[in-house]
Design a protein around this ligand. Structure first.
Ligand code: SAH
Ligand code: SF4
Ligand code: F3S
Length: 445
């Protein structure tokens, strides 16, 4: 009898970028394991190394060039096939194909993973770079469920692509047009995840709340998924401020399983910059939405993304971003320096004219202000008793278990609590980043 495990090619996949890429790497595992491939955890054992790449900001793709050279160097001439997957593949297609210094064997864009077995064997047979960078108008993967490991939270892609064309962003080019899976298909995958023991699911999409399929919208999808027994918490990311009809806000408010946390990317505080970014809302409209959310959903946590130093942003316009942060008081914020991206509208229309020293000054200032706000917001939780879903147990080196509140805050609790259990804890201390709590009872579920 032939031992399949020995004849199988060993594959290692390394993932960069957002949760959609993490999800896609799990899909790639499911696709390749149906063929003659086995996944390994140590890259040095692999016959095939795949880097699932991101292109959102400059440092994301610079890292990949370095990593390919490093892998080749570590192997010092021993054979290994290297493939690039993900957004950088579709973003830099010509450069990657023509760059002779970059020693890669195959390239697959985000919609081409079913072709990976062909691409790998073709590259091996011919010794040439093979590629498939076609983007699809349809959901390509609805008949495959990813191969997931040991999960409390499971990510589920419910829609892909984006039609918004924010002028700074590569995603509409790297991932193509917006398309959604059917509610039935998402429910089937969620049911499978629940059967495997997951407690929480996070619905994923580049613009997740514009989900729509066969007359059903994102609120309908949330309600359908919340019927599944065993799934206790539902999260979603990333939404766009333009897609929050009252029906969706009421669903979030009323459905007990939906976590009371909304990531609401503001990007900038000045109306002129918001317009140049093509964000389609004004600061006034954004503030109205925040007020409406806070009216309807009590104790909701709000987080955001900000870009500073967009082309032509003046000091006064940056101050408007500061002002918005002070008005809204987000629980946390990811703040980025503007980074010009290949193929975007901003690259074509607006020279990247804000000096890096100014970008640094602005990001340092904004981070400092946000840190103060986050600290105050976290301090306000002291004395409250909150329910945590535990995600890391204490160890010999670290006596604190870690769990998350409904509002997505990380709480350190002294003592050992199994991953996946629910624990009630009274908050005793707070830093800008997280909370500390004392457990009341052990297991609730
Ligand atoms: N679909 C998500 C965006 C994902 S990218 C959304 O619309 O919210 C995550 C964040 O990266 C964006 O919200 C933005 O703040 C930042 N980002 C995207 N392109 C960027 C660029 N060219 N330079 C700097 N930051 C960028
Ligand atoms: Fe990019 Fe804008 Fe689409 Fe988000 S909504 S993925 S920032 S184009
Ligand atoms: Fe990066 Fe693509 Fe995600 S550009 S952030 S991996 S959608």
């Amino acid at each position: 009898m032939i031992n399949n495990e020995i004849t199988k090619k060993k594959v290692f996949v390394e993932t960069y970028g957002c949760q959609m890429n993490e999800y896609d790497s799990e899909l790639v595992k499911a696709i390749l394991e149906k063929k003659e491939y086995a996944f390994v955890k140590d890259e040095r054992e692999a016959d095939v190394v795949m880097l699932n790449t991101c292109a959102i900001r400059e440092n994301a793709h610079r890292k990949i060039y370095g990593r390919v050279h490093q892998i080749r160097h570590e192997r010092s001439g021993k054979p290994v096939m290297i493939g690039l997957l993900g957004c950088m593949a579709t973003n830099l297609r010509q450069n990657l194909l023509n760059d002779r210094q970059l020693k890669i064997d195959f390239i697959a864009g985000p919609d081409s993973y079913k072709r990976l077995p062909d691409l790998i064997s073709h590259a091996q047979e011919t010794g040439e770079k093979t590629f498939d960078l076609t983007l699809s108008e349809f959901e390509t993967y609805s008949d495959i469920f990813p191969k997931r490991e040991g999960m409390i939270n499971a990510w589920i892609a419910v829609m892909r692509g984006c039609n918004n064309f924010c002028t700074f962003c590569v995603v509409p080019y790297t991932r193509g047009r917006e398309r959604s899976r059917t509610v039935a298909n998402v429910v089937a995958e969620s049911q499978q995840i629940a059967n495997q023991g997951a407690k929480q699911i996070t619905l994923l999409g580049q613009n997740v709340n514009s989900y729509h399929c066969d007359g059903q919208d994102f609120a309908d999808l949330i309600n359908a998924v919340s019927e599944i027994e065993g799934i206790e918490r539902i999260r979603f990311t990333s939404p766009h401020p333009k897609d929050f009809p009252e029906k969706l806000l009421k669903t979030i408010a009323q459905n007990k399983k939906v976590c009371k946390h909304i990531h609401l990317p503001l990007q900038a505080g000045s109306n002129r910059i918001l317009d140049l970014m093509n964000r389609t809302y004004t600061r006034e409209e954004f503030l109205d939405l925040v007020n409406k959310i806070r009216d309807l959903i009590s104790n909701v946590a709000l987080t955001t993304d900000i870009i500073i130093g967009f082309p032509t942003e003046t000091d006064a316009e940056f101050d408007e971003t500061v002002d918005m942060m002070e008005k809204v008081r987000f629980d946390s914020a990811f703040i980025f320096k503007y980074s010009e991206r290949e193929g975007t509208i901003a690259q074509r229309k607006y020279p990247d004219d804000i000096h890096d020293a100014i970008k640094t000054e602005r990001i340092v200032k904004l981070n400092e202000i946000q840190k103060g706000i986050a600290h105050q917001k976290n301090l306000a939780h002291i004395g409250e008793t909150l329910e945590l879903l535990m995600e890391r147990d204490a160890t010999a080196d670290d006596p604190f278990s870690k769990g998350r509140t409904d509002s997505n805050k990380l709480v350190h609790v002294q003592g050992s609590f199994p991953v996946g259990s629910f624990v009630k804890a009274t908050i005793t201390a707070a830093s800008p980043q997280n909370l500390r709590g004392a457990a009341l009872n052990k297991l609730l579920i």
